[in-house]
Design a protein around this ligand. Structure first.
Ligand code: ADP
Ligand code: MG
Length: 708
């Protein structure tokens, strides 16, 4: 008779709530825990004499309870007084008052008059003497700790005691062996002018610093232990970026090196009503040089608003098309994509007609019938150029011979969109196929240190001057109380044949925010300007065809004034517009204001931007508006923006997707970054095993994400 074996499967382990909370903080492996350094420390290594204890800090004090009773004024509370111990040899006994606004019988019992107690809490020095509110009660017999007590970044359901134990376990299990090469260490030591601590020592110290350490050094991240972490982190970041670059360099790309008078680029240049500026010609040549190489280009073209990036993109597209490849141009908004489409069709369709090629248009909002027809043209190669929104990178879009992808205003695309583009490009490179070249454009320049750090795998071209004949935009900051004066200004502009933008931050009535929304502004402006001056209204709730109709009327000049939400923020190009009014300017970010302002000053007329603000202004908003009034230089504004917001928010707002640096601070660690760059290059060249170990420690499974 067969005996049935009892099931011996290991029981499914249930994760405790604390474990789940740990994972939510991203703490999964021993090294994750080891690198989860304290945000601050508490000093439980000593008991202060009250007479010597620093006010404003968390301290421990001992003494004897002299009073403990419930008071009802100003509100119900347990008031306790302690006669604190005096400094030996001195007669400086002082009274410490403890207040508990919520308390239990156990408190009253532990704090009964005559008891000796130790309390820990923030010491306050008020009118009524020294106080602590809700201090922790400890037994006076409890042993003092030998090192400072770490306080970790945590979340609900994750007590410090649990976290401390978990970190200790992590520290004992993580592989903390040396991953810097002897040469890298030597260079780092030379740079720092001091010995570099081993990672193991650095981490043990940061988690449990000895009591004699200067806390400022830990808090300012100036301690040698911090130096080790910063250097390793920056090295990991540079390694992963350089590695991504190498992977790309190993892919094959189409080569566009046709010449002669069939060259579309040459013919486009002859057609243009203007000459390229020296800066445009230079970046265009940088791009061409990339396109003649058999590895995929990965280039960021930065140029201030109005510097003329579109024509540079068109020239690159011409080079792809001349060589018989397709080009895709992707823009973040439908309005912008539409505008590119109109412009490029006008420029290129006559040239393409001879070869039977067309320009296709793809967005999420087109009818199924039109979309199917467009997709077919993209698939069979009839469409040499495809313009659209992120609908371009959906799976249903199949290209015949995609050779170049251009992304306009790339910082406006989200992480998910960038990842899916990346995946699509990589898929195309599978097998023997070729990976298209990639050109990204942005008007929001990335400050140098950020570029070196987060965009180290990109090549960067910069258009550093504007087309000639532009008069600088004059910016005025004006209280919203003086809004009415503007009507005269607007009327003047319209009479002079010019056009005006009026931008509002929200479209929906929001009483809480008290914003004058676009429809109301539109009604008011229409009324004060009178019937002769038609005012358009543009906002996100309009259908694509309505948007297109409004925009077309404004481009044609039949609408003289356009009230709009920020849907016109990026890229819109109507050179005849000369006045930009921004309502509630205090609610906009600096790069957004600069982008909006860039809608004017695109022709030769003197242009102005008026920033209306609602009082009272916060300090940061004030600094932003002041910066706007002082400079038109996008690079300068970007630098100020970084200063005001810090890299986290700066990059966050761009949805960069880059894992942010946790230890290094780019505003201070410029020289470390330089070291990391050189070291990363050297390691990739000579020490692949060291690279793998280092990346494994710092990136774990996150490398893929960093490449986005
Ligand atoms: P952005 O860099 O902001 O995308 P655009 O490409 O929209 O700028 O160009 C802004 C305006 O400048 C457009 O009207 C464009 O036709 C014009 N422009 C571009 N290059 C030149 C040039 N070299 N000379 C004169 N005007 C130019
Ligand atoms: Mg543009």
């Amino acid at each position: 008779m067969a005996t049935r074996q009892p099931a011996t499967d290991t029981p499914v382990k249930r994760k405790s709530a604390a474990q789940v909370a740990l994972e939510k903080l991203g703490l999964r492996t021993p090294i994750d825990l080891a690198l989860h350094v304290p945000m601050r420390y508490e000093d439980e290594t000593r008991v202060h004499f009250l007479a010597e204890a620093p006010v404003g800090e968390v301290v421990q004090v001992e003494g004897v309870v002299t009073r403990c009773d419930v008071s009802f004024r100003p509100r119900r509370q347990l008031v306790v007084q302690i006669q604190a111990d005096s400094v030996p040899g001195a007669d400086d006994r002082q009274v410490l008052t403890l207040r508990f606004f919520s308390f239990y019988p156990s408190h009253q019992k532990a704090l009964a008059v005559g008891n000796r107690v130790r309390v820990r809490g923030e010491l306050k020095g008020g009118f009524f003497g020294r106080e602590m509110v809700h201090p922790l009660l400890k037994s006076p017999d409890a042993p003092l700790t030998a090192s400072l007590t770490p306080v970790y970044p945590s979340s609900a359901g994750l007590p410090q005691t649990y976290l401390r134990k978990a970190v200790l376990t992590g520290l004992s299990r993580a592989d903390l062996s040396e991953t810097l090469t002897p040469d890298g260490l030597k260079r780092l030591e030379a740079l720092a002018g001091q010995p570099i601590w081993p990672l193991r020592d650095a981490l043990h110290f940061l988690h449990h610093p000895t009591a004699d350490v200067a806390l400022e050094m830990l808090e300012d991240r100036a301690h040698p232990a911090w130096l080790r972490l910063k250097a390793e982190e920056l090295l990991a970041q540079q390694l992963s970026q350089l590695q991504a670059r190498r992977e790309r360099d190993a892919m094959r790309a189409p080569v566009f090196d046709s010449v002669g008078n069939t060259d579309l680029a040459v013919r486009l240049l002859a057609l243009l009503p203007f000459q390229l500026t020296a800066a445009q010609a230079r970046v265009s040549e940088e791009i061409s040089a990339d396109l003649r190489r058999p590895v995929p280009m990965h280039r960021l073209l930065q140029g201030d608003v109005g510097s003329g990036k579109t024509v540079v993109a068109a020239l690159a597209a011409c080079r792809a098309m001349t060589a018989g490849w397709q080009c895709a141009l992707m823009a973040p908004t439908e309005i912008l994509a539409q505008q590119h489409f109109a412009k490029l069709v006008q420029w290129l369709e006559p040239l393409l007609a001879e070869t039977g090629h067309t320009v296709a248009w793809l967005t999420g909002s087109q009818t199924k019938r039109v979309r199917t027809a467009m997709l077919e043209r993209v698939r069979n190669g009839e469409a040499a150029l495809v313009i659209g929104t992120h609908a371009l990178i959906q799976e249903t879009v199949v290209f015949d011979r995609l050779g170049l992808v251009i992304i306009d205003e790339q910082h406006r695309f989200g992480v998910a969109q960038r990842l899916s583009l990346r995946r699509k490009l990589t898929d195309m490179a599978l097998g023997d196929a070729r990976s298209p070249h990639l050109l990204m454009m942005t008007a929001t320049p990335i400050p140098r240190t950020l570029a070196m750090s987060y965009y180290a795998d990109l090549d960067v071209s910069t258009i550093d001057s504007l087309p000639p004949g532009r008069t600088p935009i004059v910016t005025r900051v004006l209280s919203a109380a003086r809004r009415d004066e503007l009507v005269t200004r607007i009327r003047e502009q319209v009479l002079a044949g010019r056009q005006v933008y009026w931008v509002c931050p929200l479209i929906e009535e929001s009483e809480a925010l008290d914003l004058r929304h676009a429809t109301q502004a539109h009604a008011e402006l229409s009324e004060s300007l009178g019937e002769d001056t038609p005012v358009g209204l543009m906002h996100g709730r309009l259908s694509p065809s309505e948007k297109q109709a409004v925009m077309a009327a404004f481009v044609a000049g039949t609408l003289r004034v356009l009230v709009s939400t920020t849907v016109i923020e990026v890229g819109v190009d109507v050179p005849n517009a000369s006045l930009m009014v921004i309502e509630h300017a205090e609610r906009f970010g600096l790069s957004q204001l600069h982008q909006l302002r860039g809608r004017v000053g695109r022709g030769t007329a003197a242009s102005a931007c008026v920033l209306l603000y609602e009082s009272p202004l916060g300090d940061v908003a004030k600094a932003r508006l002041r910066a706007m009034a002082q400079t038109n230089d996008g690079f300068e504004l970007s630098r100020i923006d970084l200063e005001l917001r810090g890299p986290g928010e700066f990059l966050g707002a761009r949805q960069s997707g880059a894992a942010l640096l946790r230890f290094a601070d780019l505003s201070q660690d410029d020289d470390l970054l330089q070291w990391a760059r050189e070291q990363a290059a050297a390691m990739l060249q000579h020490e692949p095993d060291w690279v793998a170990r280092h990346l494994n420690r710092w990136m774990g499974g996150k490398v893929e994400f960093l490449k986005a």
